[in-house]
Design a protein around this ligand. Structure first.
Ligand SMILES: Cc1cc2nc3c(=O)[nH]c(=O)nc-3n(C[C@H](O)[C@H](O)[C@H](O)COP(=O)(O)O)c2cc1C
Length: 394
């Protein structure tokens, strides 16, 4: 099933290291090529001999073992399709979050541009430590797939969260990345993300709390489904597909119009300001004791304008963030804007929607049928949105 796929497995000094020997076997059984890189500490838990026998490949551990003038961590990044670090220790989680490269495994991570999956395992108190939780959050935001530890009896003799996820769960997650169904292959999808910034003067702007996480997660998953992705965003980000960086609604409109011409679909996940400042100042405005009155004028309604010009073969998807009467307002929006789908999220809910890593959404189609996505990570919500929209449309 995985013939020709090159898997790089990273093992660190955590108690469940022995379980990952089974993961190596599983990949080999499925005809994948496996290379293993360990931290020096990992070899307190598993042996070089076992790893090399199961992977049928020399263990990579020496950072300064340079072959043909190419450093080993660069070799490893070039030669593999996915990097799975399991188990990953609290120590290595923290190092990779901050770009520390003090062994072959951490250097490889730093140079790695393809998908990385990490599966932590540690004592419950370590897992719950705010530093570790913060680092996990940062890694997720950067697109690292985290397979969270499970609850259960731990090696330290306690019950709690910290046990390495089931090996099959790790294997299936990797398979999903290695063999995604390319339902968007050959199709151009334009996605907007982030909150627009409307200039007041040379240093100030009117903005909103949108982080761009939802739109970026959709773009990442569309790319994985084979789409030619163009992400038009107000947030700086380095992706493997085309990213166009904008600030204002007008700039976003210009780019969307251009990119949508030959696109299959547009997903407007950005929070576009309804208004901009009429007479913005080129210089910083100085305070002079008098009230500052700003006149606001309406911005172009990008979603409505693009829905007007779209052909029958193009799919336009809007987002709406509401703090009350969510479904009613979303239904009115789809009628008023004439787009194909609206994804509605309730921004009054805590830890969901704007800025959060989670979202709860309702996808509403032209027939006003509603599909509910329960609160989940934005990456998972992105997957469900894309499968729902492009699975049910032409
Ligand atoms: C018996 C034993 C078990 C350990 N188990 C874990 C563990 O499951 N998870 C973890 O994060 N650290 C664990 N540690 C601590 C790590 O081995 C230690 O932090 C080490 O520095 C990790 O190094 P590495 O990240 O470079 O592999 C354990 C230590 C010992 C002695």
């Amino acid at each position: 099933m995985l013939k020709g796929k090159n898997i790089l497995i990273g093992i660190t000094g955590a108690i469940a290291a022995y379980k990952v020997l089974e993961l190596i076997r599983l990949f080999k059984k499925n005809n994948a090529n496996v290379k293993v890189v360990t931290t020096p500490n990992a070899l307190n838990f598993v042996t070089k001999t076992t790893i090399e026998s199961l992977s049928q490949s020399p263990l990579c551990i020496e950072q300064f073992d340079i072959k043909e003038y190419k450093p080993e961590h660069i070799n490893l990044t070039d030669e593999s399709d996915i990097f799975i670090i399991a188990p990953i220790s609290a120590n290595t989680i923290s190092k990779i979050t901050y770009g520390i490269c003090d062994n072959l495994l951490t250097s490889t991570f730093c140079a790695y541009k393809k998908q990385v999956i990490i599966a932590p395992c540690m004592n419950t108190n370590m897992w719950e430590n705010p530093a570790i939780q913060k680092n996990i959050e940062i890694l997720k935001e950067r697109g690292i797939k985290v397979i969270e530890p499970e609850e259960g009896f731990l090696a330290c003799g306690r019950e709690g969260k910290g046990r390495l996820a089931n090996i099959n769960t790790i294997f299936e997650a990797a398979k999903e990345y290695l063999l995604p169904e390319q339902i968007l292959k050959g199709k151009k999808i334009v996605i907007t993300a982030g909150g627009t910034k409307e200039n007041i003067d040379a240093v100030r702007y009117i903005g909103n709390y949108s982080s761009g996480k939802m739109g970026t997660a959709i773009a990442d998953y569309a790319f994985k489904l084979g789409a030619e992705v163009v992400l038009i965003t107000t947030v700086d980000t380095d992706r493997k597909y085309k990213v166009i960086r904008v600030n204002t609604a007008e700039e976003m409109f210009t780019e969307v119009k251009e990119e949508f011409k030959n696109a299959y679909s547009l997903i407007m996940a950005a929070a576009v300001s309804d208004y901009r400042v009429k007479n913005k100042s080129e210089q910083k405005i100085k305070k002079d004791g008098a009230p500052l009155i700003l006149e606001l004028v309406e911005n172009p309604d990008i979603l409505k304008e693009m829905s007007k010009i779209k052909t029958n073969n193009q799919i336009v998807v809007g987002f709406c963030a509401e703090s009350q009467n969510l479904i009613e307002n979303a239904k009115n929006k789809i009628k008023n804007k004439n787009c194909d789908f609206i994804c509605a999220n309730d921004i009054s809910k805590k830890d969901s929607g704007f800025s959060s890593n989670f979202n709860e959404l309702y996808i509403i189609d032209k027939e006003l049928d509603i599909f509910h996505i329960e609160k989940t990570e934005k990456q998972k919500a992105a997957k469900i949105i894309l499968e729902r929209i492009y699975g049910t449309s032409k």
